[in-house]
Unconditional design. Sequence first.
Length: 375
Amino acid sequence: MMDVVVVGASPAGLVAAKECAKKDVDVKILEKRQSFEDYRLPDTSFYGFFDFLGFDVSDDYVRHELDGMEIISPLDSRVKINERGFSFNREKFSYHYLDKARDEGVEIEFGAEVTDLGDNKVEVDGGRDVEAEVIIFAGGSNSDLLRRIDIETMKYPGDLAKAIQADVKNVDVDEDYFHYFLGRDIAPGWKISINPKGGDVFSVGAFVVGYSPKKYFDKFLDGEIFDEAEVINVQRGEDQIITIPNDLVLNNVCFVGGAAGQAGIPFSMKAGEMCGNIVGKAVREEKVGEEFLLNYEKKWKSNFNKYYKLARFSLLNIKKMSDEDLDRAVKSLENTNISEIMDEHDNKLLIGLIIALKMFKNDPGIISLAKYLFK
C-alpha cells in the first residue's frame, strides 16, 4: 500500500505530491495522459498572483511577458491595468513542477487513467487496484469520476463557465496586454479573452455561464481584428471562477484544484501546497482520517474562500448590467491608476473598496448602478 496517491498531474496535483513527499512519505501520481506533450490550456497568469501566494516564476517556462490587462466594455470603452503578466509553455511548466516533485522522491505513472475511487484505493483502467492511506484527487472539474462521487466540492456547480479556447495567429491587438471583453451579448456570465503568447500567437477564449460558448466564440472571431487570423487548434474546458469551493474532504480523499472549484493556476497550486502539507503530516504522525484531513478544508476556506465569494458577487452583478451601464462603469475607471492602488495595498478586499470609491469620485452618478446589488 502506498502512503499517498495523487490522481492527476495538474499544477495542484504536482504541488500536492511534492509537499506530501517532503514529510518523508511515499507518493505516487497517476496521470491519464501519456505525457505532458498532450497540450493543455490555460497557460497565462500574473506575476502578482504567484508572488502573493508564495510561488516563484521561472524563466524556464515563461514564453511571453505582458505589461498588464485591458478591460473592454460592450460599447468599446477601455481601461488598462498595468499588472505584469506572462504566458508560459504549459509542457515546460508541468515538467518544472514534476522535477521538483521527483526531487522529493515522488513517482509518476503516465497513461494510468483512474476509473473508480474509494476511501483507500483507486481502480486504474484495466481493473488494476492501487491502494493508499490517503488519496488526493486533482483530476479537474471536467471529470466523469468526480461526478460519480457523493460530494459537492463546489457550492454552485451549475455556474461552471463552459469554455472554448483556441490558439490563433495574426490577431490585430496589442501584444503587451491581456484583453478581456465583457458584456451579456459578448459572453454572458464571464468574458472573452485574448491572451498574447508571443511569436504572433494568441490564446482566444470564450467563457460563458448557462449557455454553450460556441456561438459566442464564433461570433467574436468574425470581428475585424481577426480578418487575417488563422486558428491553430481548439480546446474545450471549464472555468470554476464563481462556483466557490465547498466540501474538500470525504473520508480519506481530499480534492484540490479545478475539481474543488479552486480556479486560477496559482490558487490551485496553493491549495495543493496546503493539502499536501496536511496529508503528509497525517500519514507521518499516523493521524489519517477525515477529522484530521478536514484541517486542509478549514485552512483553505479561512484564507481564500473570501476571494471567490467576491468574484462571484462581482461577476453576477456584471451579468445583470445593461451594455450602457457596464460601459459607464468602465469609463469611470479610465483615469484611475488601478496599478498604483494595487501596489500600495495587500488586502484585496480593501483594493476593491478603494476602486469603488474612485469610480464614485470620477462619476458621482455611478451610484445609480447600485440597483444591481439588490436585484
